[in-house]
Design a protein around this ligand. Structure first.
Ligand code: ZN
Length: 71
């Protein structure tokens, strides 16, 4: 079987060129990946707005980075 490079450049369509799209995808995955709440261990932990991370289960709120939790 021929080896194919795995690519998942989603979200921007055919716009902006390859480099920004790659960057966008990387950050997008980082932002959307499942995280565990440091307080209760639930996976309902996600970014609420830029820099604010919130757990829907226990309502734990923490300040982090724009696309990642700073730990
Ligand atoms: Zn929690």
């Amino acid at each position: 079987m021929a080896r194919r490079k795995k690519s998942s450049l989603k979200g921007l369509g055919a716009r902006y060129g390859l480099k920004p799209r790659k960057k966008f995808t990387k950050i997008h995955h980082l932002l959307k990946k499942r995280r565990k709440c440091p307080e209760c261990g639930s996976i309902k932990f996600a970014r609420q707005t830029v820099g604010i991370w919130f757990c829907k289960k226990c309502e734990f709120k923490i300040a982090g980075l724009a696309y990642d939790v700073a730990v």
